[in-house]
Unconditional design. Structure first.
Length: 218
């Protein structure tokens, strides 16, 4: 029997209030710059797949999004007092990393089925070097099963401003580039093929990050 799951509640009023207060601060402190905003689909579900170098990556990406979009986040951040409050306001989906989390994946499926976009970090963990790490196959499984397109995203400057080793971010320039949407990856029941597809997706994001012209990973 399938257990029914419910996505965490979103709080749009609190989200937009926080956005109104924080956007000028982010603009001044991080000199935010967005590229490729026209690549964002205007309607329907899609997955945003950014590289992951900072605890604020979700905020840097969300800065440029015209609406409240959920994201998947390590449950350990979800439990932090201040940061956790911000994650709950945004209806973030907590996930246990390092092993399969069936409940979190069912919630993600339900969110996409309801027509909502979703931010998923393919690497699953914050890079300690600032360079892309190997992706986990979960993002491929999710996109293939739900037939959802993937928008690759390159976040630059976040590692220099706020790496995981720092408690307080430095001022700097953070830019976010949204690539052209990729069609849903071919469905495959083979874990090795899903991992290969995830590796190619991460290479695509690395090309976008390094301003090389990426080719389709499928």
């Amino acid at each position: 029997m399938t257990t029914e799951v419910t996505a965490p509640a979103k709080h749009p009023v609190l989200h937009h209030l926080a956005r109104f207060v924080l956007r000028p601060m982010f603009r001044a402190y991080f000199r935010m710059r967005g590229e490729g905003l026209g690549n964002l689909p205007r309607r329907g579900p899609f997955l945003l797949a950014p590289n992951h170098v900072s605890m604020l990556d979700w905020a840097f990406v969300s800065y440029f999004l015209p609406r409240l979009i959920r994201f998947v986040v390590d449950h350990t951040f979800y439990d932090l007092p201040v940061l956790g409050f911000g994650l709950r306001v945004n209806g973030a989906i907590p996930i246990r990393t390092g092993r399969p989390d069936a409940r979190a994946m069912r919630i993600a499926h339900a969110v996409l089925a309801a027509g909502e976009p979703l931010i998923v970090f393919p690497e699953g963990a914050i890079s300690r070097t600032g360079r892309p790490q190997r992706a986990q196959p979960g993002v491929i499984s999710l996109a293939a099963a739900t037939r959802t397109p993937i928008v690759p995203v390159a976040v630059r400057g976040a590692f220099e401003a706020f790496p995981r080793s720092r408690r307080v971010p430095r001022p700097g320039r953070v830019s976010v580039t949204f690539g052209r949407p990729l069609p849903p990856p071919p469905a495959s029941g083979d874990r090795h093929e899903r991992q290969a597809q995830a590796d190619r997706l991460m290479a695509h994001i690395a090309d976008l990050l390094d301003r090389r012209e990426p080719t389709s990973p499928w």
